[in-house]
Design a protein around this ligand. Structure first.
Ligand code: SF4
Length: 408
């Protein structure tokens, strides 16, 4: 299981959409942009030993395109982070000038992309429904998106970000099918289906299934008997996941022989607060089903995310309930907590080894007869003193004080 954290930077900018599930409903911009940027860099530097990338979100970050790329330049030049991603609602695709500006600002002096990954939010493959969900009248099309993906270059990982919410979940089978057909026709575009935070039951069911798979995976390091027992305890896949696998050509059973992300079978990974399921490869891309909870909560300590908010402060999640403290997290501590949770839920942790019995020191038997050579006597002063009085060769029998009674 990956213990690295996600570092999200919420750019202090408003949004031109109005999604019902938006975690950023109150877009307060308490910090001044320059102060926010400086605090962000400090915060990344403080935490760069425990994150491997930074994701920028908002609001809609492309509404302040210059500030956005200035921030990306600062991250790349002043911190040790080399991977920076962006989440956008794609509105800029409607303006050729905005697309050109984006491509221009994103290209470095060696003509490479500064961004390592890009997520475009689109919550239905039906434009009218997507607009309804986001409360907008967008006119950009899938053709615009595919063209932009080509212009961006192959070194950028490119995702459509799809939130499963109350408007699209009833028709989700058709959305899965539309995504699969789109991916077959257009290479190098992943589609990531994320369960809305507010769908607590589906979130919980998927995370529980993911945890049972992880517990089984850990048992494969133990005996065959342990592995068999753990395999039996893998929970039944939630229906949503069965449908996903069915449509994206996975099997109905997780590919149990793979414990590394595979390209030829579906793969599940999970932490107490997150769930990720990857489809088999489709035209150089993958479909994903993801779920996560607001963290931390009572039984699920958070190990995956740090959010640097619009107010210029660092939190453990989007809710801003828990400010992140410095240096309170360590991989060992996190791993221990995750193991404790799994053990309590699935009882699958290998048993701790029995402590070894203490070695008992044997006392020499009383009056034991010991053969010796005169050279052995040189070892101790006691015997050295005796040696002067003894002829060469002979035997010594010891009484219970260790005194030698010499016999020639
Ligand atoms: S596009 Fe993103 S930031 Fe804007 S309202 Fe929707 S979820 Fe919120």
């Amino acid at each position: 299981m990956t213990m690295l954290r996600n570092f999200t930077a919420v750019l202090p900018v408003t949004c031109n959409a109005d999604c019902g599930f938006c975690p950023e409903k109150e877009m307060e911009q308490k910090a001044k942009p320059k102060d926010w940027q400086e605090a962000l860099i400090d915060s990344i530097v403080d935490n760069e030993h425990r994150v491997d990338h930074v994701s920028i979100s908002g609001g809609e970050p492309t509404l302040r395109m210059n500030f956005l790329f200035e921030t990306i330049d600062e991250i790349l030049s002043r911190t040790g982070i080399g991977n920076v991603g962006l989440t956008t609602n794609g509105r800029f695709l409607e303006s050729p000038n905005s697309v050109l500006k984006f491509l221009d600002l994103n290209t470095d002096r060696l003509l490479r992309s500064k961004l390592s990954h890009l997520n475009i939010s689109m919550h239905s493959f039906d434009r009218a429904l997507a607009n309804k969900i986001m409360g907008v009248e967008y006119s950009w099309t899938m053709d615009d998106l595919v063209r932009f993906r080509r212009q961006l270059g192959r070194d950028v990982s490119f995702h459509i970000n799809f939130v499963l919410n109350e408007h699209n979940i009833k028709n989700i089978e058709h959305e899965f099918i539309a995504a699969r057909d789109f991916m077959h026709a257009n290479p190098l575009i992943d589609v990531v289906f994320r369960v809305d935070y507010n769908n607590a039951k589906l979130n919980k069911d998927l995370r529980a299934y993911g945890q049972s798979v992880e517990a089984w995976r850990e048992s494969t390091r133990g005996s065959i008997k342990e592995e068999k027992a753990a395999r039996k305890r893998i929970l039944k896949q939630p229906k949503m996941l069965q449908m996903f696998d069915d449509i994206f050509n996975g099997s109905l059973v997780d590919s149990l022989s793979d414990w590394l992300p595979s390209t030829d079978g579906p793969n599940t990974s999970a932490c107490p607060s997150c769930f990720t399921h990857q489809s088999p490869e489709i035209n150089n891309s993958f479909a994903w089903l993801k779920a996560s909870s607001y963290e931390p909560n009572d039984d699920e300590p958070e190990f995956t995310e740090l959010v640097f908010h619009m107010d210029g402060k660092l939190y453990y999640d989007w809710s801003r309930n828990t400010p992140a403290k410095k240096d309170t997290w360590s991989p060992a501590k996190a791993e221990k907590a995750v193991r404790r949770i799994r053990r309590s839920r699935f009882d699958l942790e290998p048993k701790a080894e029995e402590p070894k019995a203490k070695a008992v020191k044997k006392r020499p038997a009383k009056n034991k007869k010991v053969e010796f050579d005169a050279s052995d006597l040189e070892e101790t002063n006691t015997f050295r003193r005796k040696e002067e009085q003894m002829p060469k060769g002979g035997t010594c029998s010891y009484d219970d004080r260790g005194k030698c009674n010499y016999r020639g």
